[in-house]
Design a protein around this ligand. Structure first.
Ligand code: PLP
Length: 464
């Protein structure tokens, strides 16, 4: 017996069969029996089996279609099954599926060169990793070796990955079960105009006070002990916090004054998410190290890395860099990365993201914010936005508490469930709904998804 919708239709209009209901049951049984899942209590999870994807849509085994409004984990920048990426991986697999990192390889070299070409002048080398966490891990190691200092500063509201140093850098609750962790990490408050830690009234005041606070943190932690400051250019999972004008330039100044390495974590926002190759390029700053992953090849094959300033790279001309990974610069991953550059350039992806963000998403979200009493703030850039939900607009009390789970999280879970019933897969986190669709999403799909979110917000309004 075939499922309700027996086929799905891809971007070329071709129909493909979907597996039957028994396949659905088999996938669920294998998963429940044998897959140990991330971040979850194993007894309560019930992951949806996914049969196929194309562009901005994916299908479950029952034939239900979902518009992917979170680009999986904000990595699927070119959408599902992009033919150029799939083809590049297939061709590379047919030619040379793998080769170890100490041997030179054409796609690895080409990808490194193309990344250096879009990075700021004076950042010409790339160290490849398997993902974002190990990119941050290695960036911090470089900073420590270059400065001879050990301490690293990062924001309370941040996520930098789940290896030992990366989870210590992380400010959000995901670090708690791993503590006590790397003791040489200190946290500071970043700017967050809607919920200012500094009681600022304007974005300008927020910039000034957040920078004073960072400077005091540096002084009190001991400038001569601090190797690096690690900052997500736009804080991602912790709220799509766009830095107010002048903040990142102020961080750059502080790093220069105190001899600290500025590491820009671009894992989520790099490679087009906000309409720039790297998000810091919209803020006119140049870091010393850039970490990237996700969008570099839409996660078709795991890949991350560190872009290194010439000054830091020169330190390792004569001193060995004590780090490496078996799969560093994996040819299948790099082939998908080179294809990503070709698609971005041919299809004008960066300009498209800036246009869709400013012309379609921003006005629609601002309009919806006026009508829904539960919407306290909307913010973002390009195709990276958050809707922050509150119980009361005056007091700004969050609709669900920070770090909510279970019954506490129910009002936002109801919004997510309503979106899914209407065929949109959103990303929700605490009191926020994020909008981060693939950068190739059509304008019609984008508007349809925003309509669904608009309707779903009535479930949040009930709790105001
Ligand atoms: N840094 C940021 C800003 C991220 O959003 C993430 C993942 O979501 C990471 C680092 C970790 O990347 P990965 O999961 O590839 O290790």
């Amino acid at each position: 017996t075939l499922s309700r919708a027996a086929t799905y239709t891809d971007r070329n209009g071709a129909a493909h069969p979907l597996p039957d209901r028994e396949a659905d049951a088999r996938v669920r049984a294998d998963d429940r029996g044998h897959v140990f899942h991330s971040w979850s209590a194993q007894a309560v999870i019930d992951p949806l089996p996914i049969a196929a994807g194309d562009g901005s849509t994916f299908w479950d085994y029952q034939g239900n279609a979902f518009l992917d409004f979170s680009s999986q984990l904000v990595n699927l920048n070119l959408g599902h099954q992009h033919p150029d990426l799939v083809d590049a991986i297939q061709r590379q697999a047919g030619r040379l599926a793998t080769i170890q990192p100490s041997m030179a390889n054409d796609v690895r070299g080409e990808l490194a060169r193309r990344i250096a070409e879009v990075a700021p002048d004076g950042m010409d080398r790339v160290f490849f990793t398997n993902g974002g966490a190990d990119a941050n891990e290695n960036a911090v190691r470089m900073a420590r070796l270059v400065t001879g200092r050990r301490k690293v500063l990062s924001m309370y509201r941040s996520y930098h990955g789940n290896t030992s140093t990366a989870i210590a850098l992380t400010g959000d609750p995901r670090r708690w079960p791993n503590e006590p962790a790397d003791g040489s990490v200190a946290k500071f408050f970043g700017p967050y105009p809607y919920r200012s830690a500094f009681h600022s009234a304007t974005p300008e005041e927020e910039t000034q006070r957040a920078l004073e606070h960072l400077e005091q943190t540096i002084v009190l932690e001991g400038a001569s002990t601090i190797a690096a400051i690690v900052i997500e250019t736009i804080v991602g999972t912790n709220g799509v916090l766009v830095p107010p004008p002048g903040y990142l330039a102020g961080v750059r100044d502080l790093c220069d004054r105190f001899g600290i390495v500025y590491i820009a974590d671009e894992v989520m926002v790099g490679f087009g998410r906000v309409g720039e190759w790297f998000a810091f390029q919209a803020f006119d700053v140049v870091p010393d190290l850039i970490t990237f992953a996700k969008g570099v090849n839409s996660g078709y094959v795991p890949l991350g890395g560190v872009v290194i300033s010439d000054r830091i790279a020169a330190h390792f001309d004569t001193m060995a860099f004590p780090g490496g990974l078996t799969y560093s610069g994996h040819p299948l991953a790099c082939a998908a990365g080179v294809a990503t550059f070709e698609v971005f350039e041919r299809d004008g992806i960066l300009a498209r993201v800036r246009d869709l963000g400013a012309r379609v998403v921003e006005p629609r979200l601002r309009e919806l914010a006026v009508r829904h009493p539960s919407v306290g703030d909307v913010r973002g850039m390009g195709l990276f936005w958050a809707i922050e939900l509150v119980r009361d607009r005056e007091s700004r009390e969050p609709l669900v508490p920070f770090n909510a789970s279970g019954a506490d999280a129910a009002p936002v879970a109801a919004v997510a469930a309503a979106c899914k019933r209407d065929g949109v897969w959103p990303f929700t986190h605490f009191n926020r709904v994020h909008v981060a669709p693939p950068l190739v999403i059509s304008e019609d799909e984008l508007l349809r998804g925003l309509d669904v979110i608009d309707r779903a917000l009535s479930h949040a309004d009930e709790h105001t």
